[in-house]
Ligand binder design. Structure first.
Ligand code: ASP
Ligand code: MG
Length: 406
């Protein structure tokens, strides 16, 4: 007998018929003598709808009250599922975040979990109940309702699985697993049977929107085996686990792209100590996160400096950059919003050489110019022209032998 945590996302509970589907999957495990804890999201679109309602009142809704409002989405689905299970004569109970003792900080709208008591969850499991917990929500030290950021019920599920030392945390979603590339971009992408936490973290932040990043950090920290799978099929999905020797054999696990960044270039600034700090300090103080940075020295004591910022912060960053540029005597400050970032990720890079060469060759064969490069231990990313992002993903997918039937 195992202890199984099953999390169902918004599309999996979008209407009563789908909630019935969830119930039938849940009771199947229960009937096989497993202990089952279910974590639910709100019905698809409900959280967005609640946010819109709040914005009909004011552009800047009070954050505490907004969390009270948003938490109702998950309260609804949890109650409906427990009600349904009871009507099917299964012992069940719904618990809200505070009742499951999901203790968080007080950062309304984006709270972090401190610890989870889960005493009532354990008690009900002992009494052979199916415990349904509302995802996405917790409470702070004062007992205020908090929410965990968009997509936060993934994190609820993994954190509760960690607290209960569950055997597995199954994340049911509308995709059937994690792929070597976005199947919409790359027709020959394949589903990965397994992926390491570190690869998933890199790929999640690069645009593979399968799991909330925080949930993967949690899973890694507490070594929770996460199974990402579809609620509409019986097929096995992708296991997110610790890296092992087998995974190291594969050089590249996934190819990702995104168009979320823009770049800013300072032309011909003095190549002197302190100049880079003068540029980055006001950007950082504005809360803008800089990703890639490169510097190209000229002769004559001048250099160019280029960095990327999120597109959403581009205007603000440009304004700051122009002001700084005047102060430090830049020849000009130019910006470019039409960039894309393409990345290859794999724990195998730790032990294989020539990955960068292979990546650059594949891009050059397609005549794609590389503007910037960054690397981590298990990832290489290149900034290219936005319009080539899809082509680059396809070319790299083929070059690293990831195409289905190859
Ligand atoms: N309902 C919340 C959202 O839409 C949390 C979740 O679904 O994970 O972001
Ligand atoms: Mg989700």
């Amino acid at each position: 007998m195992a202890l199984i945590v099953k999390k169902f996302g918004g599309t999996s509970v979008a209407n009563i018929e789908r909630i019935r589907n969830v119930a039938s999957r849940v009771v199947r495990d229960y009937d096989q003598e497993h202990d089952v804890v279910v974590i639910l999201s709100a019905m698809a679109g409900v959280t967005d709808g609640l946010i819109q309602l709040a914005h009909q009142i004011t552009d800047t809704p009070d954050k505490r009250e907004l969390d009270v409002l948003l938490a109702t989405g998950e309260q609804t689905t949890a109650a409906l599922l427990a009600m349904l299970l009871k009507s099917m004569h299964y012992p069940s109970v719904s618990l809200l975040g505070f009742q499951a003792e999901v203790h968080t900080d007080a950062a309304f709208g984006n709270a972090r979990i401190h610890n989870i008591g889960a005493n009532r969850v354990r008690d009900f499991l002992k009494q052979r109940h199916i415990v349904v917990v509302a995802g996405f929500q917790g409470c702070d030290a004062e007992g205020n309702i908090t929410t965990l950021g968009r997509g936060g019920s993934d994190t609820s599920a993994v954190a509760i699985a960690a607290a209960l030392k569950a055997d597995v945390c199954e994340i049911f979603t509308d995709v059937d697993g994690v792929y070597t590339a976005d199947p919409h971009i790359c027709k020959r992408a394949q589903k990965l049977p397994r992926i390491s936490y570190d690869e998933m973290l890199e790929m999640a932040s690069l645009g593979a929107k399968v799991l909330q990043i925080r949930s993967v950090e949690f899973a890694k920290k507490f070594n929770v085996a996460v199974h990402v799978r579809s609620s509409f099929s019986e097929e096995e999905g992708t296991m997110v686990v610790n890296a092992d020797a087998d995974m190291e054999k594969m050089v590249v696990t996934g190819v990702t792209s995104n168009k979320n960044d823009a770049r800013i270039t300072f032309k011909q600034i003095p190549d002197q100590p302190g100049i880079a700090a003068k540029i980055m300090t006001p950007i950082g103080e504005a809360g803008i996160i800089v990703d890639m940075i490169i510097q190209n020295p000229h002769s004559g004591g001048k250099t160019d400096l280029t960095f990327t910022v999120p597109k959403v912060n581009y205007r603000e960053a440009m304004k700051i950059a122009k002001t700084v540029g005047r102060k430090i005597g830049a020849k000009e400050v130019i910006g470019d919003e039409n960039i894309g970032k393409v990345s290859v990720t794999g724990v195998g890079m730790r032990s294989h050489s020539g990955v960068a060469a292979k990546m650059f060759s594949a891009l050059s064969r397609e005549n794609i110019n590389i503007m910037m490069i960054t690397t981590s231990e298990i990832r290489i990313s290149c900034v290219i022209e936005e319009k080539y992002a899809e082509l680059a993903v396809q070319a790299l997918h083929t070059a690293f032998g990831l195409d289905r039937d190859s």
